[in-house]
Structures are given as C-alpha cells and as structure tokens.
Design a protein around this ligand. Structure first.
Ligand SMILES: [Zn+2]
Length: 379
C-alpha cells in the first residue's frame, strides 16, 4: 500500500479537459478506479484519446510514474495487434469474418483480428477522426461474445477493454454487455466512449462512472489539428473558417480541412443567387457539387446555417464564426434582409434538413425548392 502511494499518475490531454482528468487521476492514485467508465461528449473531441490514456495508466507497471509509455503494459495499450482490448462498430460483412483460430493454415482470408487491427491502427494514428467507422456499422452481439471468450486467456495481467462508440451496440449486444458488467472478472476494466449517454441502457449507465468531456478552445483545436497534419503542416491550412466550423472539435476541424472552402463558397453563392432569383446558375452549381447523398446534402446545409447565423451575428455586432467567408459577403446589397428574414431562413433550412433525412424526395429536389423558398417575401 505504501508503494502504491508513491506512484504518480498523469493522464495527458488538452488543458480544457484537465478537470475531468483530475477526477480520474485521483481515483487511480487512491487505488479505487471504477471497473467501468463511460466518457461522453460531441464527436471528435478526444474521447478515444482519453480512453487510451486510461488504458495505459491502468496497464502500466512502472513503480513511479504511470503511464510511463515504455513498459509492456503501456505498449500493449497502444498496440494495434492487441485487438482483444477493443470493441467497436463493424459492418455486417466485417463482423462475419472468421477468427484467426477458425481459418485454415495458409488461407489468405482476412480474419476478424486483421480487420480490427486495421481500424485500431487508424485510431492510434489519429484518435480525433470522426469518419473511421462506416455509418451503417454497429456493435453486434457476436463482437461482445468474442470479447467475453478472451477473458479466460487473460492470466493475471490487468486487462482494459475500450468499447468505442458504445452507443452503437444493438439490443442483443447491450443485453450481453450488461451481463458482462454484472460480473466483471478481477483486474478487468471497461472504458466506454459515447456521443450521448442517453442512448445506453439505463442499467448499463448506472454501472459506469460518467465522465463528460467538454469541447476544446479554438486555440487547442488549432494546435491538435496541426499535430494531426504532422511535421510538414502549414498554419494556413487550418483557416479561421475551419476553426469556426469545428465548434471545439479537432475531429470536425480535420474533416473541414478538405472541404470548408468549397462548402462555404457554395453556401455564400446559395444565399446570393437565391436572393437574386438566379436559379438556373445555382441549380447548375448544386449539380456540379454532387450533393446527392443525405449526409452530404445535410452537411452542406449545416454550413449554410452557420453562414446565415453569421450574417445575424454581424448585424447585431457579435463576433462571427466564419470570418474568411464573411469577408467576401456583401449583404448591404440586400437591404430588405433583416433579422426576421434571417431567423425565418434558418427555420426553412432546418425544415429542409428534416425533409432530406426523411428521404421522401431526393436531396437535390429539396435543395432546389429551398433555393426558391429561402428569403421568401424579402427578395
Ligand atoms: Zn508503463
């Protein structure tokens, strides 16, 4: 016990999430770390990164400072080959892959372990990314059973299983996981990451310590995004619009690096051409941008909402979120567009997003009718 008290725990991460880490570090130091923790927060803010820090700290065997980053335990926590330490959503086809033990010698078939290893490599390389798993992937009961079956081989080492995007467990998987939580094997810990805790079974929630992770500051988003870009990163790559659109999420900033410029440009054209009733040019531009998928069309409308809200902010003298795009917007040319018109436009965009999501008509038709309806009565 005296030895335990000498061990220092230090979980790394952005300064604005320090308060949550202090709670976890205190539990580690006092040797009362809960067997299950659920980390929630918006996508791309570093929930998996914190889960990996916890996994290292629990598996580390250094006598002075944990995680040390050097010992076998620390290395296992970040080793893509240690696929048993992870559960995450897979597509139906991926989840059906055989496990290594069931594949004939010499077979070239991809095993479940191979598939998982590929994903873990991506997570370890950039835990902030929000687009690693397929939109239709889920955590099936087979994946929970496969995890359970490895417990017998654990030996006496500390075992940490990260259940990433745990709110994508289907009903059967949730029930199987609940049973696991009811009888956690000794020296075994679970760290769940979820966008919303409300989507977990209440009986699972009640067995986990809840850690709510907050968004990062703009400066931290910039720092983390530059880190993701690596050594040859150029500061100009992370524009002010990218930071504004990210809303404190480095994962979102990473996504917008590629397409913020195109989406913001299209959004400002959408507003101006719609006000000028210049529909044929606008429809052509929309077609060129190929916004046929629901997620792509609604991703664009999110940016359009941002821009409309920014015009409102500018009119009321508040700071804008998309300074680069706003610099090119001349709303003085449209004197009738006042706060009421902008509020109404925001509601119309929201309605269109719902219509697109309902899939009753094609995304392109919804966007075209939005162009006509936008600022109706104020043009
Ligand atoms: Zn270590």
């Amino acid at each position: 016990m005296v030895e335990d008290e000498m061990i220092k725990y230090r979980l790394n991460g952005p300064a604005s999430q320090e308060r949550q880490r202090i709670r976890l570090m205190a539990a580690l130091c006092e040797n009362r770390f809960p067997q299950a923790v659920v980390i929630d927060g918006t996508p791309g803010i570093g929930k998996k990164a914190l889960a990996m820090e916890i996994s290292k700290a629990l598996q580390c065997t250094d006598m002075f400072e944990r995680p040390c980053g050097q010992c076998f335990g620390c290395k296992m926590a970040a080793d893509p080959g240690a696929a048993d330490n992870w559960v995450f959503p897979l597509t139906a086809a991926e989840a059906q892959a055989k496990s290594a033990e069931d594949v004939k010698a010499g077979s070239r078939a991809k095993t479940l372990q191979d598939i998982k290893q590929g994903y873990i490599e991506q997570i370890v390389a950039n835990p902030y990314r929000t687009d690693i798993f397929d939109a239709g992937a889920e955590i099936s009961v087979n994946l929970i059973r496969a995890m359970k079956s490895t417990f017998v081989m654990k030996g006496d080492r500390t075992r940490v299983v990260i259940v990433a995007e745990a709110d994508r467990m289907n009903d059967a998987a949730s029930n199987a996981f609940l049973k696991t939580l009811e009888e956690v094997p000794p020296d075994t810990y679970f760290v769940l990451t979820v966008a919303s805790r409300e989507r977990l079974l209440p009986t699972i929630r009640s067995r986990c310590l809840a850690i709510h992770l907050s968004s990062l500051t703009d400066a931290e988003v910039k720092e983390e995004t530059l880190r993701m870009l690596g050594d040859d990163a150029d500061e100009d790559q992370v524009s002010r619009d990218v930071i504004g659109l990210s809303l404190g999420s480095p994962g979102k900033a990473f996504f917008y690096l590629e397409n913020a410029k195109a989406l913001c440009g299209l959004a400002s054209d959408f507003i101006v051409k719609s006000l000028k009733n210049d529909y044929s040019a606008l429809f052509e531009e929309l077609a060129e941008n190929d916004l046929t998928e629901v997620s792509e069309a609604n991703g664009f409308l999110e940016v359009l909402s941002f821009l409309i809200a920014d015009i409102l902010r500018k009119q009321s003298g508040a700071a804008v979120r998309l300074p680069d795009t706003m610099a090119g917007m001349d709303m003085d040319a449209f004197p009738r567009v006042d706060a009421d018109a902008l509020e109404m436009a925001l509601a119309t965009v929201q309605e269109t997003m719902e219509r697109i999501a309902s899939r009753r008509s094609t995304a392109m038709m919804c966007l075209q009718s939005l162009a006509i309806k936008l600022f109706e009565g104020y043009k």
